[in-house]
Design a binder for this molecule. Structure first.
Ligand SMILES: *Cc1c(COP(=O)(O)O)cnc(C)c1O
Length: 241
């Protein structure tokens, strides 16, 4: 988005990008034996100005994701509609939980039991239950947040004990892959864990949402069972920090 780009030119890009994305989601959904409607689309709006977010919302997008609570707060009042569904998808510090809980419907990036506990505590105080996803570090990368694959089931069981959070599924970001086959292996692995845990029917654990797939790999993620994809760059263009 260069400065001599009129908003209209950017709107056109967003509109065309969204059309292409929906076509690819549709294809991938059908290939995996599902329908377009089975896949939830999230527009990742970090660094994107409200004018462009609102344009995306006007196209029918009904879910946005932000990494930072503060950035989400600063934009919320400008959004149309202001109550569009919002999720936190970035690492959340425990001291930000108090601001996040009233604002979002799902915290996708719960990566420690300490954080889950704080969400539970704040939710109780605000007399609500908060939906969360547990983030798994599917590639075992040191640079990434998320529960390790090995301790994941134990984490699920611990999270199940909190009375004011409801675990709705899993979120993951695979390592950067050089081929789509390589990416699919990580998505396959995450989907298998998702299904295995669902089969255990743990109290207070619903495995409804499998959030994986971003601009470069959402087709692969859907092919392996994702039902929520988080797309930023492919919709809005390259981010300018
Ligand atoms: C930024 C971000 C995305 C979107 O990434 P793109 O490659 O721009 O689509 C998705 N998920 C998380 C957790 C992110 O931080």
């Amino acid at each position: 988005m260069t400065e001599n780009c009129s908003p209209e030119a950017v709107f056109k890009d967003i509109r065309e990008n969204y059309k292409e994305i929906t076509e690819r989601i549709n294809e991938a959904a059908i290939k995996s034996g599902r329908k377009y409607e089975d896949i939830r689309f999230m527009a990742v709006t970090k660094t994107v100005q409200p004018i462009f977010i609102n344009y995306a919302l006007s196209l029918g997008i009904d879910l946005i994701g932000e990494n930072k609570v503060q950035e989400l707060i600063s934009k919320t009042e400008s959004l149309i509609p202001a109550d569009v569904e919002k999720h936190i998808i970035g690492h959340l510090q425990t001291n930000k939980v108090i601001k996040a809980v009233p604002l979002v419907s799902v915290i996708q990036s719960v990566d420690s039991i300490k954080l889950a506990g704080e969400i539970d505590r704040v939710s109780e105080k605000l007399q609500k239950n908060t939906d969360i996803l547990l983030e798994i570090n599917i590639g075992g990368e040191e640079s990434k947040t998320g529960f390790p694959v090995d301790g994941f089931e134990e984490a699920v069981c611990k999270a199940a004990e909190f009375k004011h959070i409801r675990v709705k599924g899993i979120m993951t970001i695979p390592p950067i892959c050089s081929s789509s086959d390589e990416a699919r292996k990580f998505f396959y692995k995450a989907h298998k864990i998702f299904v295995d845990i669902a089969d255990k029917n743990i109290d207070n654990i619903d495995m409804n949402i499998l959030s994986m797939g971003m601009s470069s790999d959402y087709s692969e993620a859907i092919a392996e069972g994702a039902n929520l994809v988080r797309v930023g760059t492919a919709l809005f263009g390259r981010r300018r920090y």
